[in-house]
Ligand binder design. Structure first.
Ligand SMILES: [Zn+2]
Length: 237
């Protein structure tokens, strides 16, 4: 019996379907809407045109965010966000003892959160990272090609604050283990949870930091003076 996936893949080849990503005309990969490269990008980075955001790119933003959070720890919104993050990391239910393929995204996310707690990741460090990502998006909107790309990178960097959980593998008759991958469902679940709860606080903090930084480091003096456009009378400029 021919599998359904193989039938769909053959139909795609016969119909000459091409990748739906912008300016890409390569044939689609099996039953995907995209070619091999773009479907890989979509799975890894959340968007077919997305790319990985490296830790080194976030470094400068994280430094500014850490300074801001340390100075405004008593602010009610920052304090509430820190409390929420602390609860997420340290008061979440215990993950399933026997991981299996049928685990829900919520159960999978608990495995990553418990690893973060075990490695002593702090609420301050996590908030600092989230604010840094928001700053990056505000400062250079072209870094993230879509909201899905931003969400994928947010969940990725939060889960990579500590080494991930392990899964058992069977290779050539020998049992072993490897780091569990962060699935698309888990990534979306975690990112939605974080953004819906503390996204607004992180955005507010990011804008406040950037406002001060751009004014202080601007080469043009007086850019913060509001520009008043006076209406001109006809004939008299
Ligand atoms: Zn493509």
């Amino acid at each position: 019996m021919v599998s359904r996936i193989r039938v769909c893949a053959e139909q795609a080849v016969r119909a000459g379907r091409t990748c739906e990503a912008r300016q890409c005309h390569l044939p689609v990969e099996k039953v995907s809407r995209y070619c091999r490269k773009h479907s890989h990008n979509r799975e890894r980075y959340g968007d077919p045109l997305g790319r990985h955001i490296y830790k080194s790119e976030l470094k400068a933003y994280k430094r500014l965010a850490a300074k801001y959070i340390a100075a405004n720890r008593a602010h009610s919104a920052i304090a509430a966000a820190l409390r929420w993050l602390h609860n997420l990391l340290y008061n979440s239910p215990a993950p399933p003892t026997h991981p299996n393929r049928r685990m829900s995204p919520q159960q999978r996310s608990l495995r990553f959160l418990s690893r973060l707690a075990k490695n002593g990741v702090t609420a301050e460090g996590t908030l600092c990272l989230i604010v840094a990502l928001e700053m990056m998006r505000e400062h250079d909107p072209f870094t993230f090609v879509s909201d899905a790309h931003y969400r994928a990178m947010l969940a990725h960097h939060v889960c990579r604050l500590a080494p991930g959980p392990f899964v058992a593998v069977w290779r050539g008759g020998i049992g072993g283990r490897k780091y569990d991958r962060l699935s698309v469902g888990t990534r979306n679940f975690l990112a939605s949870k974080v953004i819906s709860s503390i996204g607004l606080v992180a955005l507010g903090a990011a804008r406040a930091i950037l406002k001060v930084e751009t004014l202080e480091n601007s080469l043009l003096k007086g850019v913060n003076v509001p520009i008043n456009f006076q209406p001109t009378t006809k004939g008299k400029p």
